[in-house]
Ligand binder design. Structure first.
Ligand SMILES: Nc1nc2c(ncn2[C@@H]2O[C@H](COP(=O)(O)OP(=O)(O)OP(=O)(O)O)[C@@H](O)[C@H]2O)c(=O)[nH]1
Length: 281
């Protein structure tokens, strides 16, 4: 759990902040993201080693040249990775943490506590041959734990996931308030939004009928997903919430985030315009 924005905190590609950090999902995909991190780290280590070991000036020059080459290729790799920031919003206890955990970690957490501020989780996914980092911001549902963070949630957001609990009508009714908060933070209408009804495994306790949720989703131009973070048979459905957004963002996307290391070691995020299509999803 952390209260810092990863934009300010991330120093190397692949470094997701917060509890339960990135990874998860398909093994091959995770490996690819990990390779990226490994290469950058090893080039830094190499640079450090070369400084301490090189005895003659020739050796030192060769070492530095090699290390610069390694660092450059690492930087090129990191520059190619786009990051999509997706925030997950909704009442406390609806299952936001569990949903993000299921997507990024592939499992249901044994125990959760109320989110304070925000937790970041990241997962590298591959769409049409491009590796993209889906950065999920699991926000606090309780007002007292979100107050100071709200501005950060909505800044440079690429997509929004609204969550309600299908067994709690109040959490569905409160969606209007969450949508208003989102609109109040100047989130553009072009930013994709989806609606998620969670805890569908509790079939005997369902209070929010599907047709009511569908009507609401339609009226707000959102896709509706009814699912369960808990039921492993629903895990593909949970994945498709985030993957459908990632595919949409990749297809339409204009916002391209690039990690560029600055001299002071901080990461600068820039935006570019790009037009792409042919998403398989
Ligand atoms: N039966 C069932 N329980 C769930 C499901 N998802 C979450 N829960 C439970 O609901 C409770 C709240 O889950 P969280 O993921 O912590 O809820 P949250 O929305 O992140 O809550 P805040 O951090 O306070 O905003 C926990 O006890 C979870 O185990 C689900 O799909 N089915």
């Amino acid at each position: 759990m952390t209260n810092d924005s990863p934009e300010e905190e991330t120093r190397a590609p692949g470094g997701g902040g917060g509890v339960g950090g990135g990874g998860g999902g398909g093994r091959g995909r995770r490996n690819r993201a990990d390779d990226n991190v490994t290469i950058l780290t090893s080039s830094m280590d190499f640079h450090r080693a070369s400084r301490s070991r090189a005895s003659s000036s020739t050796e030192a020059a060769q070492s530095i040249t090699s290390s610069v080459e390694l660092s450059t290729s690492s930087l090129e790799l990191s520059i190619q990775t786009r990051i999509f920031k997706i925030i997950v919003i909704g009442d406390s206890n609806v299952g936001k943490t569990c949903l993000t955990f299921r997507f990024t970690g592939g499992s249901f957490p044994d125990k959760t506590e109320a989110t304070i501020g925000v937790d970041f989780r990241e997962k590298a996914v591959e769409i049409e041959g491009e590796t993209i980092k889906v950065q999920v911001w699991d926000t606090a549902g309780q007002e007292r734990f979100r107050k100071s963070m709200v501005e950060h949630y909505y800044r440079n957001v690429h997509a929004v996931v609204f969550v309600y609990d299908v067994t709690k009508m109040a959490s569905f009714r409160n969606l209007q308030t969450w949508i208003e908060e989102c609109n109040g933070h100047r989130v553009s209408a072009s930013v994709p939004r989806v609606l998620v009804g969670n805890k569908c495994d509790l079939v005997d306790q369902i209070q929010v009928p599907s047709n009511m949720a569908l009507k609401f989703a339609d009226s707000h131009n959102m896709l509706l997903f009814e699912t369960s973070a808990k039921d492993p048979r629903e895990s593909q459905n949970v994945d498709s919430i985030f993957m459908s957004l990632a595919c949409r963002l990749k297809a339409q996307k204009s916002l391209l985030y690039r990690d560029v290391e600055r001299e002071d070691g901080r990461v600068r995020l820039t935006q570019e315009t790009e037009t792409k299509s042919n998403c398989p999803c």
